[in-house]
Design a protein around this ligand. Structure first.
Ligand code: 6CS
Ligand code: FE
Length: 288
């Protein structure tokens, strides 16, 4: 349901456009060189935000969840297309008190409050697990485009923290970002199918909610691509609207990252702007 004042129209029937983002990237007052750089590039990185013991705790929790017979078939556990390998575990902060505690101590909440200039709440949490040899790719997209269209997030006043539980190297499917694309809103063509999340979370190449190739090519020429490597325990915070992707992982080394999406309490989600029914709570936390 598109509202009159929807400046971020997407899932259009005609030719999609690229519009300049009318909203800030950095919403806070606490200016610093790091945050100025975040505004310019759309991301910031810190090494060693969690230590070896916390990493081991989180990896053990993943193993527990993977093996828990009670979670077999739970829709929060998304498996790679055509295989039993886990691709994502959604609601990881609800499924694991231990992971929730590690994230709470990582400093991510404070950085999110600084960037968003308000108190924050968790819109979505997940563990993206890219197994060795069979880890699937995530095609180029803006998270905000999906969260606006399908979850009803009004404005791009959200930020994602990606905390590495394994080394993110150039060869095991690291996050790639086009720095500066957070300043453009890239409309996507095509209406959102019903229950689209059942497909979009699994496929490496969604048919809806992704920019077309000439737009991606243009953005690449204008902004380039940065490959966000980092050690186990490192954290990347990236703007909700920056174009990003990650390649497949055919190396022997898994790539496991905990993602926590912080939304501003001033930006609480409403009715979908271009979706049909609201997505389930494990994808988009709705106010009580
Ligand atoms: O639909 C979503 O919310 C998820 N999809 C992607 C590709 N990234 C953000 C989020 O995990
Ligand atoms: Fe994403």
């Amino acid at each position: 349901m598109a509202l009159a004042e929807d400046v971020y129209t997407t899932r259009v029937s005609g030719a999609p456009r690229v519009i300049d983002r009318p909203d800030p990237v950095f919403w806070g007052e606490a200016r610093s060189a790091e945050y100025t750089d975040f505004e310019r590039r759309g991301f910031l990185q810190r090494e060693g935000v969690i230590g070896e013991a916390d990493i081991a705790t989180c990896l053990a929790e993943i193993d527990r969840i993977r093996k828990d017979p009670a979670l077999r078939g739970d829709e929060r556990i998304v498996r790679e297309d055509g295989s039993d390998e886990i691709r994502s575990i959604f609601d990881i902060l609800e499924l694991s008190d231990a992971v929730r505690g590690v994230v709470a101590a990582s400093g991510a909440y404070d950085i999110a409050r600084d960037i968003l200039g308000s108190d924050v709440y968790v819109h979505q949490s997940r563990l993206n697990y890219k197994p060795g040899f069979q880890g699937g790719a995530f095609y180029w997209h803006s998270d905000f485009e999906t969260w606006h269209a399908e979850d009803g997030m009004p404005r791009p006043r959200a930020v994602s923290a990606s905390i590495a539980l394994t080394r993110n190297t150039e060869y095991n499917g690291p996050l790639m970002i086009m720095p500066g694309t957070q300043h453009h809103f890239v409309q996507c063509a095509g209406a959102t199918p019903d229950d689209f999340y059942r497909e979009s979370l699994v496929t490496t190449m969604p048919r809806i909610g992704v920019p077309d190739e000439d737009v991606i090519t243009d953005m690449w020429h204008r902004h380039g691509i940065e490959v966000l490597t980092g050690g186990a325990g490192s954290m990347t915070m990236f703007d909700c609207n920056a174009l990003h992707a990650s390649g497949g992982n055919i190396s022997p080394m898994p790539r496991a990252n905990v993602f926590v999406v912080f939304n501003s309490v001033e930006n609480v989600i409403r009715e979908p702007f271009a979706g049909s029914a609201p997505r389930p709570g494990f994808l988009a936390k709705r106010p009580h």
